[in-house]
Design a protein around this ligand. Sequence first.
Ligand code: THU
Length: 163
Amino acid sequence: MKKIEIKASLTVYDSLDELSEDVKALMVKAVAARKNAYAPYSKFRVGAALKLKNNEIVIGNNQENAVYPSGLCAERVAIYQAGALYPNVAIETIAISASSDVFNVLTPTPPCGACRQSIFEYEENQKSAIEIYFMGETGKVVKADSVKDLLPLTFGKATLNNI
Ligand code: THU
């Protein structure tokens, strides 16, 4: 028997102003996208903006449903849209921002477990890391260099194919 440790590394920025101009512009698009979320039930709005290798930007926001589990998170709306529009183009960066209609979201909001799993599928296929930046409404921004820092034990096609 032995214990193992799993390391994850994240970078924390004090505000949007510490980001590069490109990433800041992408986060501004995520903030704009979150305003158009359809979130009448949770009143929690999430926006995501992806930058692709061909320089296209694809956005998404959460889309809820009266049958709650039928809704979809912002991150998956965005990556599936990217997969639909540009099937063979790598995703370089994802920017995520969350706000609420009923309280101030002041802590950085990471993608949920299901979104991490979905992002991993794309990362594994494209064979290059996807940088993930996430924030609340304002304030600190956190960066993961790869979804593997948020989901260290991955289950993917390699697991299924024993490769
Ligand atoms: N949500 C996202 O859009 N992304 C996440 O990573 C976490 C949660 C949405 C889903 C739902 O519409 C609302 O936030 C509350 O869970």
